[in-house]
Design a protein around this ligand. Structure first.
Ligand SMILES: NC(=O)c1ccc[n+]([C@@H]2O[C@H](COP(=O)([O-])OP(=O)(O)OC[C@H]3O[C@@H](n4cnc5c(N)ncnc54)[C@H](OP(=O)(O)O)[C@@H]3O)[C@@H](O)[C@H]2O)c1
Length: 241
């Protein structure tokens, strides 16, 4: 088995890779920080006897990202996991922060999804986990810039699922985590709605194995987001969400 992970230093992505690691797959780690990628590659080799390859690449550099993708072939599982939460408050006042949130969380995903689409089309097989977010389900005052990028990914993934619906060997899963305790959320106070990256990674792989198109991780977020999505605006506008 051959796995290619974009955003391989992400806590959730690492645990997705570990879900497959017992079968000692070949793993291609793609991310921004070469040193951290090398450490992870060493870990996968030493603990799980994986064969590894590392590419360092900032995914907002489209040319470099596409160059890396051109080297990929015979990939069984892709993971697209990088992300940038940024600051909603700052982005409302600073267009470069706004641009960065959209570039990392949407534009780079669109380019990667097209490259992954090209590769699976050529191979005629390949499964992909794309990490979205519950934040993409409804625009909310506290994070609509990040949230709208995640919402846009959902439409993109729907389109690519439609494009490959005729081929049962090609599948795209959109995973929508709720609150997960990772470096991205290290400054947030934690509570009962929070999950660990290992638990959400497991649910994502289970969802992919069952050929689901969307999974909420943990599952209770489906209920929470259904209530939030369908809450009438005259009520919603009174909330601070
Ligand atoms: N944690 C949550 O509560 C939560 C909830 C919903 C969705 N998500 C989504 O889950 C995914 C994984 O995040 P995580 O929670 O595992 O956070 P994380 O551990 O902080 O991982 C985020 C990763 O994204 C990488 N990254 C950011 N900008 C990049 C760029 N321009 N080019 C390449 N890599 C870049 C970071 O690279 P460096 O290591 O170099 O910094 C980091 O490894 C993200 O898509 C996130 O939006 C997370």
């Amino acid at each position: 088995m051959k796995i290619c992970c974009f955003g391989a230093n992400s806590a959730i992505a690492k645990h997705i890779v570990y879900e497959y690691a017992d079968s000692s797959p070949e793993v291609i780690l793609v991310g921004r920080d070469q040193q951290k990628l090398d450490v992870e590659a060493q870990h996968l080799k030493a603990r799980y006897s994986c064969k590894t390859q590392v590419f360092s690449c900032d995914f907002t550099n489209t040319e470099k990202t596409i160059e890396v993708c051109k080297t990929l072939k015979d990939i069984d599982v892709f993971i697209i996991a990088h992300g940038y939460l940024g600051s909603q408050d700052e982005a409302q006042n600073n267009h470069s922060e706004l641009q960065k949130i959209i570039d990392v969380n949407y534009t780079s995903y669109a380019h990667l999804l097209e490259e992954v689409g090209r590769i699976v089309d050529m191979q005629q097989f390949g499964k992909t986990i794309v990490i979205g977010s519950v934040a993409g389900d409804r625009g909310r005052q506290s994070n609509y810039i990040y949230g709208s990028s995640k919402g846009a990914i959902e439409l993109y993934v729907q389109g690519i699922q439609h494009r490959f619906a005729h081929n049962p060997k090609i599948h795209f899963l959109l995973a929508k985590p709720g609150f997960v305790d990772t470096p991205m959320t290290k400054d947030f106070p934690k509570g009962p709605l929070w999950a660990k990256p290992k638990a959400v990674a497991k649910l994502m792989v289970q969802g992919l194995n069952k050929n689901k198109r969307v999974v909420y991780t943990p599952k209770f977020w489906f209920l929470i987001m259904t209530l939030i999505k369908w809450c009438p605006f005259f009520v919603f506008k009174k909330t601070k969400l």
